[in-house]
Design a protein around this ligand. Structure first.
Ligand SMILES: N[C@@H](CCC(=O)N[C@@H](CS)C(=O)NCC(=O)O)C(=O)O
Length: 282
């Protein structure tokens, strides 16, 4: 099958893709609607996708350390329904993608978007999960930025064409499966010599990488475990199993999860009580 691009590209609304109904080539609010707010200083607007889970893991890890100032309200943004295009959401994230955070601590309210920026903001604010020497911090930042730059090839590339596209095309699936496996090998080799992404220190780089690459190797993303032969990445599996044992990781994975078994979903999180009778498997 071949395609000759026309002289000028035009938006094809009915292209059959999973997100065809919500994606448009323009930015900005589509409806006037305020965001809900809770009582805590931190207001998170998110969904339990890998990008959302990075941030809820960090919040739960901070709370696990007994840092009460990290209490947060997590509201559900249903991206399939277009909640990311309401005026309230666009005000805090002009890019209309989850996660987005408002910090009302200290009077003046601050909005932060991009999961990597949110992780760095919170880690710096509480001075946790960040190496304290410049060299190790540089190492951590390298891996954090590696994740932010690499995951679109896994999600928007491989995941889109393998799992979401209305028809399966060999060229993009081949290209992005190759790149995904290359990235997995980068991680696997690194984790063969390091307990965590930065030596023996658990940092926000682990929290950023795990929901994507850890969950992929545990067979929880795009149902692609067999296709990508993820059993080859023994060091990523060892590291993922280590993270999955952490209670904060288990809680973080349930927040704003809007699919799967109800016993694993905490649609909105306002306090630790929301986890009562909830338990995530794997
Ligand atoms: N680079 C962004 C990516 C965020 C992102 O792609 N979020 C997706 C869900 S995982 C989203 O909100 N999609 C809604 C849309 O594309 O309209 C980040 O790391 O925060």
């Amino acid at each position: 099958m071949s395609y000759t691009p026309p002289k000028v590209w035009k938006h094809n609304e009915g292209n059959g893709g999973k997100f065809a109904g919500i994606n448009r080539p323009t930015a900005g609010a589509r409806v006037q609607k305020e965001l809900p707010t809770g009582e805590h200083p931190f207001q998170l607007y998110s969904l339990g996708t890998p990008n959302g889970v990075k941030v809820t893991i960090l919040f739960e890890e901070l709370l696990e350390l007994g840092i009460k100032e990290a209490e947060y309200d997590a509201f559900l943004i249903n991206i399939g329904e277009g909640d990311q295009f309401t005026s309230g959401f666009v005000e805090i994230n002009p890019n209309s993608k989850i996660p987005a955070l408002v910090d009302k601590n200290g009077g003046q309210s601050i909005s932060i978007f991009e999961s990597g920026a949110i992780l760095l903001y919170l880690a710096e604010k509480f001075n946790k999960f960040l190496p304290d020497t410049l060299n190790r911090r540089a190492e951590m930042l390298s891996w954090l930025f590696w994740q932010v730059g690499s995951a679109p090839y896994l999600g928007g590339g491989f995941g889109h064409f393998y799992a979401y596209a209305p028809e399966k095309f060999e060229y993009p699936i081949d290209r992005f499966a190759m790149e995904t496996k290359r990235q997995l090998d980068v991680l696997d080799q690194h984790l063969s010599k390091n307990q965590y992404m930065v030596g023996d220190e658990y940092t926000i780089a682990d929290m950023a990488i795990f929901p994507w690459y850890g969950m992929l190797t545990k067979g929880k993303l795009y149902e692609a475990a067999e296709f990508l032969s993820v059993h080859e990445y023994k060091n990523i599996i060892r590291w993922s199993d280590q993270l999955l044992k952490r209670e904060a990781v288990q809680r973080g994975r349930m927040v704003n999860k809007a699919w799967g078994d109800e016993s694993e979903q905490v649609l909105e999180r306002h306090s630790s009580k929301d986890f009562v009778n909830k338990k995530i498997r794997l």
